[in-house]
Design a protein around this ligand. Structure first.
Ligand code: KG4
Ligand code: ZN
Length: 333
């Protein structure tokens, strides 16, 4: 039996979780509301908030899991990718704790952890290898093929904006506060997805491009506001539904192509955008031909439970990190 403490601090959520052999005992997340008034994450403010939150969040995670810190067997933390200042807070904290408790560190890649969240034992289902995962977050959009928890290959990815970024930027143009993805999702529920037609650029193979969509929305809004200054307010639900439809359709199209080409039936989604209700609905619709895997809502956006889970696989392989490792803003698989 092993207790793993997971620490996530790559962007604007400070999170700590305790995992006991694949089972989550606690998963605490301190969100940083400060960024919404700036329309995006402000790196300096994020680092400062991590400094304020990290100790209380870890203490709360231990308390909720009802264990003492000297019972922890290893500490898994996000080494990258992410904001360097934010990563530095987490990595410095875990190095101190690892030295103090004399237990090993485990370096985790944040994007891999989003996928491995599927193996936390309270999810509805667990994918069978090999499986495909559409990983969609604020910084990444990738289609990954997994042959084991540690063997992953990127089949395709975005060449410019990530899907979450496309949601957030579209929201910003409509005056919706950051992060706009969840709000677009909410407003879209009463809108007509076919009311407006937005084009997503066509890319080769399994790659994506969302920058053209962003420009298309910008010009479309600008032209319509010229004739009707209240255009956005009057059409908010339909605009949100139509934009969401364009993004989700582009994502589904490439996943379907990859599933067909590789003849893989276990298909998963991961990352913050996998919290999107339309994407989840479209995945569920494929259940007759795919074994669809959708993580529990709380394991979609950034959280330390997924870091602890990814760390646990490395713990079993005794793949421990080094005390002189620097965080990596860009971290390869
Ligand atoms: O994985 P995540 O929490 O952080 C990163 O690693 O980037 O993803 C955050 C992204 C943001 O762009 C946010 O707008 C988007 O996920 N997101 C959503 C929804 N919930 C979060 N996008 C669309 N619909 C949602 N329900
Ligand atoms: Zn993430």
């Amino acid at each position: 039996m092993a207790y793993i403490l997971g620490i996530e601090s790559s962007c604007d959520e400070t999170s700590a979780a305790i995992l006991q052999d694949g089972k989550i005992l606690s998963n605490l997340i301190a969100n940083q509301d400060i960024h919404s008034k700036y329309g995006g994450v402000v790196p300096e403010l994020a680092s400062r908030a991590h400094q304020q939150n990290i100790v209380p969040v870890v203490e709360e995670a231990l308390k909720k899991a009802q264990i003492q810190k000297n019972q922890i067997d290893a500490i898994a933390y996000t080494r990258g990718p992410g904001l360097l200042g934010s990563l530095l807070v987490g990595s410095s904290f875990v190095k101190g704790l690892s030295l103090g408790l004399d237990i090993p560190l485990i370096e985790v890649n944040h994007m891999q952890a989003h996928i491995l969240a599927h193996f936390i034992d309270d999810n509805a289902s667990t994918p069978q290898f090999p499986f495909l995962c559409l990983t969609v977050s604020g910084g990444h959009t990738q289609i990954i093929k997994l042959d084991s928890p540690t063997e992953m290959e990127i089949l395709g990815e975005t060449l410019d904006d990530a899907a979450g970024e496309a949601f957030d930027k579209a929201a910003k143009m409509m005056g919706i506060e950051y992060p706009g993805g969840p709000l677009i999702d909410r407003f879209a529920k009463t809108g007509d997805p076919k009311k407006f037609h937005f084009k997503v650029g066509k890319m080769d193979a399994y790659n994506f491009s969302f920058s053209g969509l962003k420009t298309g929305i910008l010009y479309f809004l600008r032209d319509n506001i010229k004739t009707n200054p209240n255009f956005i307010a009057e059409n908010k639900a339909d605009l949100c539904a139509s934009i969401q439809n364009a993004i989700v359709t582009a994502l589904m199209h490439k996943v379907e192509k990859a599933a067909e080409d590789y003849q893989i039936k276990d298909i998963a989604i991961a990352g913050g955008v996998s919290a999107n209700s339309e994407l989840r609905r479209r995945f569920h619709e494929k259940s007759d031909i795919w074994n669809v895997h959708i993580p529990k809502f709380e394991y979609c956006t950034d959280n330390a439970a997924m870091i602890a889970m990814a760390g646990y696989f490395k713990y079993l392989d005794k793949d421990f990190g080094k005390l002189n490792a620097a965080p990596l803003a860009r971290m390869k698989f």
